[in-house]
Design a protein around this ligand. Structure first.
Ligand SMILES: Cc1cc2nc3c(=O)[nH]c(=O)nc-3n(C[C@H](O)[C@H](O)[C@H](O)COP(=O)(O)O)c2cc1C
Ligand code: SF4
Ligand code: SF4
Length: 428
C-alpha cells in the first residue's frame, strides 16, 4: 500500500490532507475531532489582534443542482481571545504529536510579528503560515491581501518573520494579483520555506433584486467578500502550476482551492503541490470526507505503481507549457457514435451557433445513406419508402453527422453531449 506520509520542508504529517485556515480550524476541540477523522494536518484559523466579526457573513452560488458550487465570505480573522487559542494549540500539539499543526498569523508591525511568533512557537506548533491573502476587511487595515499584492512589502515582512521564527514559515498568497510569480518569488526571497495558495478571490456573489443589497447583507448593506469552493479550483490549479514550473520557486507548495475529492487533491499534487488544504468542502460535508480522500489517493497511487505521495508531486508539470510550444500539426475531429446517440441535437446547435457550423442534421432527407450527390427532389419519397429505409435507418436519421474537413476539433460538441462516450475526439 502506498505511503501517504508527508514531509513538507520539515513539517511531518500522516498524509497530505490538511485543513485550511478557516471555520473548520477555529478551535482545539474541532481540530482534535478532525485529526480523529483522519486529517493529517491543520492550519489554525488566523490569529492576530482580536476583531469582531459580522453577521451574516456567507453567501453561495448553487449551480446545476449542486449547492455551494461557489462560496463567498466576509469573515475576518479569529474573534476568539489570543490566549485561549494559544492554550488550545498547545493542547492539540501535545495530544497529537505526529500531526501537523500550523498556525496562521496576521498582525501589522515588526514588534507585533516578533511577539506573536514567539508566543506561537511556545505552543510547540510545527509551522507558521503568514496570511497575506485575505481580500476583505483586513486589507483595508493594511494587512492580508494588501501585503500579498505588494511584492516588496511582502518580501520585507516575510524577512522580519524569518528572522524571528525557528520553525518552518509558509507564506499564504492571494490570487488577487496579475502574476502569481511576483509575490511567489518575493516570498522565497524573503525567506519563506513554503508557499500556500490560493486564498479567496475578491468577489460579489450576487444582489438581492428586491432590496438592492449585494449578498451577504449585513442589515441593509454589504461589501466584497472572498470566493472559494469548487468554482475556484481551475484558478488555483493554474497558480500552483505556474509556481511549480518556475526555477526560482525552491520551496514546497501547499495547494488550496476547491478541493473536495481525492481526485482534486491528486491533480494539485501532480501539478506540484506537496500537501493540500481544504476549507469549503469540510464546511459543506464535514470532516468525514477525508476518509474517501485517503482511500482514493492510496488506491490511485497503488494502481499507478507509485509507492508514495512524493512520487506523484509535479508529475504533470513538464506537460504544462506556454501556448507557443504546443504542436500546431496535431489535429482532432469529432466522431459521433450512432448507437449511443439519442438524437437530442445539442451538439448540432452548439456547433452551429457557438463553434464552426460543421455538424449537420439530416433534416428529414436521406443524404447520409446515399451520399451528398444522390439526394434532391425525390428525397422525401425516398425516406417514406419502407423498403429503402427500414426503421433502423429512420433512427439513424436523428443522428447528426460531422463534416470532418470543417471541424476544428474544439471539443464543444463533446462537452455539451449529455450521453457519456457518445462523442469522441479522434486524431486525424
Ligand atoms: C468562511 C471562511 C473563512 C476563512 N478564513 C480564513 C482565515 O482566517 N485565514 C486564511 O488564511 N484563510 C481563510 N479562509 C480561506 C481558506 O483558508 C482557503 O484559502 C479558501 O477558502 C480556498 O479553499 P477552499 O476552496 O477549500 O475553501 C477562509 C475561508 C472561508 C470560506
Ligand atoms: S469539435 Fe467543435 S468544431 Fe468540431 S464538430 Fe465539435 S463543436 Fe464543431
Ligand atoms: S449531443 Fe450527443 S446525443 Fe445529442 S445528438 Fe449530438 S451526439 Fe447525439
Amino acid at each position: 500500500m502506498a505511503d501517504l506520509k508527508t514531509n513538507f520542508n520539515g513539517i511531518e504529517s500522516p498524509n497530505p490532507f490538511w485543513l485550511a485556515s478557516g471555520p473548520p480550524t477555529n478551535c482545539g476541540e474541532q481540530i482534535m475531532r478532525a485529526f480523529d477523522a483522519g486529517w493529517g494536518g491543520a492550519v489554525w484559523k488566523t490569529l492576530g489582534d482580536p476583531i469582531v466579526n459580522v453577521s451574516s457573513r456567507l453567501a453561495a452560488i448553487d449551480y446545476a443542482g449542486k449547492s455551494m458550487s461557489g462560496l463567498n465570505n466576509i469573515e475576518l480573522i479569529t474573534d476568539r481571545p489570543l490566549l485561549t487559542n494559544l492554550k488550545e494549540i498547545a493542547a492539540v500539539k501535545k495530544k497529537y504529536p505526529n500531526h501537523a499543526v500550523i498556525v496562521s498569523l496576521m498582525v501589522e508591525s515588526r514588534e507585533e510579528w516578533q511577539e506573536i511568533i514567539r508566543r506561537t512557537e511556545d505552543t510547540g506548533a510545527d509551522g507558521i503560515e503568514l496570511n497575506f491573502g485575505c481580500p476583505h476587511g483586513m486589507c483595508e487595515r493594511g494587512m492580508g491581501s494588501s501585503v500579498g499584492q505588494e511584492p516588496k512589502l511582502l518580501e520585507e515582512i516575510t524577512a522580519w518573520t524569518a528572522e524571528f521564527s525557528t520553525i518552518p514559515l509558509l507564506v499564504k498568497l492571494t490570487p488577487n494579483i496579475t502574476d502569481i510569480l511576483d509575490p511567489g518569488v518575493a516570498a522565497v526571497k524573503g525567506g519563506a520555506q513554503g508557499l500556500s495558495l490560493i486564498n479567496t478571490i475578491k468577489s460579489i456573489i450576487g444582489v438581492d433584486l428586491d432590496s438592492f443589497v449585494p449578498l451577504p447583507s449585513v442589515r441593509d448593506k454589504s461589501t466584497n467578500g472572498g470566493y472559494c469552493g469548487p468554482a475556484v479550483k481551475p484558478i488555483a490549479l493554474h497558480m500552483v502550476a505556474a509556481l511549480a514550473r518556475d526555477s526560482r520557486i525552491t520551496v514546497p507548495i501547499s495547494g488550496i482551492g476547491g478541493i473536495e475529492t481525492w481526485r482534486d487533491a491528486a491533480e494539485f499534487i501532480a501539478l506540484g503541490a506537496a500537501s493540500v488544504q481544504v476549507c469549503t468542502a469540510v464546511m459543506h460535508y464535514g470532516y468525514r470526507i477525508v476518509e474517501d480522500m485517503i482511500d482514493g489517493l492510496s488506491n490511485y497511487l497503488d494502481e499507478a505503481g507509485l509507492s508514495s505521495v512524493s512520487g506523484l508531486i509535479g508529475k504533470a508539470v513538464p506537460n504544462f507549457m506556454d501556448w507557443g510550444s504546443l504542436d500546431l500539426s496535431f489535429k482532432t475531429v469529432s466522431k459521433i457514435d450512432a448507437d449511443k446517440c439519442i438524437g437530442c441535437q445539442l451538439c448540432y446547435i452548439a456547433c452551429l451557433d457557438g463553434a464552426h457550423q460543421c455538424i449537420h442534421t439530416h433534416k428529414g432527407d436521406c443524404r447520409a445513406f446515399h451520399g451528398k450527390s444522390d439526394h434532391g427532389a425525390g428525397v422525401r419519397d425516398c425516406i417514406a419508402d419502407p423498403v429503402r429505409h427500414p426503421e433502423k435507418d429512420l433512427k439513424l436519421l436523428q443522428v447528426p453527422f460531422v463534416d470532418e474537413e470543417e471541424c476544428v476539433g474544439c471539443n464543444l460538441c463533446q462537452l455539451v453531449c449529455p450521453v457519456p462516450g457518445c462523442i469522441e475526439m479522434v486524431e486525424r
